[in-house]
Design a protein around this ligand. Structure first.
Ligand SMILES: NC(=O)c1ccc[n+]([C@@H]2O[C@H](COP(=O)([O-])OP(=O)(O)OC[C@H]3O[C@@H](n4cnc5c(N)ncnc54)[C@H](OP(=O)(O)O)[C@@H]3O)[C@@H](O)[C@H]2O)c1
Length: 373
């Protein structure tokens, strides 16, 4: 790999352009592209903004050409290997070849196992000098939802919990609004806008009647998923009646759907999607659910979990990332724990995580603990 002094700055610019598509391109990847002329100046910038819409490379070339620049002989900085297959848009690697780009710097190879490396190979064959791996860690971080989904078929799962200093997430009465500050809640709304879906358990739906909408920040409204093994949630819940109710997915057991009668009919009339999965002891099979959601193109989920659902997710090792917002107060042992029972009987059997970061939440006294698997 031979990178020039200017390359990293240009790739950083491309990575920041890619962010423009957050929430709008999935299950496609976030991609940014910068075209730099032979004098070292940026002539074109582009991003992938909309699922099914034009990709970053044609957008950057169009930007350059609309400003009177020819891109022949220039360098393209792309955050992901230009695609080589005919999908919703023609192959971007062919466009870069046709436009006689001289050098192409790629942050990361396409993780899609069916096409990985093909775009790079085609460009090299056509005489473009291709360098791969500049700011690769940043590019992989940016597209962590896409990478998980394309390589496993499963959504990336972020588990979000708000906790007191003593690890409590609600009073014994169920009251939990609000443990954390408005600044933390804003970050949670941002998480919602970034993920394809936001999920809650039955207990939280009953106790809080949450809207799970994006209100405190700008962004698109994700799908909403609520577990309801017995199909007994009240018809009055915001999730089933508000302006976004057609974006709600109710997850229940296969047996309940077969015998669910009027409740199934009512939900379907409301336009609410029902997903049925196997269940045992009133617990829905979350692995089966994640597989079904992944098959539907849902590439990321943030779970705003009560203690019972959080425990299931932790116990079954289902989260990719946990975001624990910790607020400066104690709620005491009579309150509800942030994570329910995990059946751990020896310290040796507790999972210790190898990636943990702690940051102060800006404009508040809360802090955010991030745990990655
Ligand atoms: N601080 C926070 O971050 C936060 C976030 C969310 C909620 N909360 C608080 O948490 C409380 C609710 O928590 P909760 O523990 O009672 O309920 P929960 O975790 O929201 O939901 C658990 C329920 O979901 C159903 N479920 C179905 N399949 C499941 C599975 N595989 N694993 C786990 N649950 C499954 C079960 O319902 P059935 O029992 O009906 O079968 C289970 O009891 C409320 O007080 C709420 O305010 C706090």
């Amino acid at each position: 790999m031979t990178f020039l002094p200017n390359d990293a700055a240009m790739m950083r610019k491309a990575l920041s352009l890619a962010q423009e598509g957050v929430g709008y391109v999935s299950p496609n990847p976030l991609v940014g592209c910068v075209i730099v002329g032979q004098d070292g100046k940026i002539v074109g910038e582009g991003a992938h903004h909309q699922f099914g819409g034009p990709h970053a490379e044609p957008n950057a070339i169009a930007d350059a050409e609309s400003n009177g620049h020819t891109v022949a002989g220039s360098t393209a900085y792309v955050t992901l290997e230009p695609h080589s297959h005919h999908g919703k848009t023609p192959p971007c690697c062919d466009l870069l070849i046709e436009k006689r780009i001289a050098r192409c710097i790629v942050a990361m190879v396409d993780p899609n196992p069916n096409v990985s490396g093909e775009g790079i190979r085609r460009m090299r064959e056509a005489g473009i000098l291709v360098e791969v791996g500049l700011l690769e860690a940043e590019a992989r971080e940016l597209n962590r939802f896409f990478i998980k989904h394309i390589t496993t078929g499963l959504p990336y799962l972020t588990l979000k919990v708000a906790s007191s200093l003593d690890g409590r997430s609600a009073l014994a009465s169920g009251e939990s609004k609000w443990i954390t500050s408005e600044a933390s809640r804003k970050m949670v709304h941002k998480l919602r806008a970034e993920h394809d879906a936001v999920m809650v358990g039955t207990g939280t739906a009953r106790a809080d009647d949450p809207a799970l909408t994006v209100r405190l920040v700008e962004g698109r409204q994700p799908r909403r998923i609520v577990l309801d093994p017995q199909l007994q949630l009240p018809h009055t819940l915001s999730l089933l009646t508000d302006e976004y109710h057609e974006k709600t997915i109710v997850v229940t057991s296969q047996q309940t759907v077969e015998t669910g009668g009027t409740q199934v009919q009512w939900l379907r009339q409301q336009g609410v999607e029902i997903i049925a999965v196997p269940a045992g002891d009133g617990r829905l099979d979350l692995n089966a659910l994640l597989k079904k959601l992944g098959d539907q193109g849902i590439s990321s989920i943030v779970v705003e979990a009560g203690p019972t659902l959080a425990a299931s997710i932790v116990h079954n090792k289902l989260f990719d990332e946990m975001q624990l917002f910790v607020a400066p107060l104690f709620l005491g042992a009579e309150s509800r724990p942030s994570i329910g029972g995990l059946s751990i009987h020896s310290l040796a059997s507790a999972v210790r995580y190898s990636y943990v970061s702690i940051d102060k939440v800006e404009d508040s006294l809360d802090f955010l603990v991030r745990v990655r698997v």
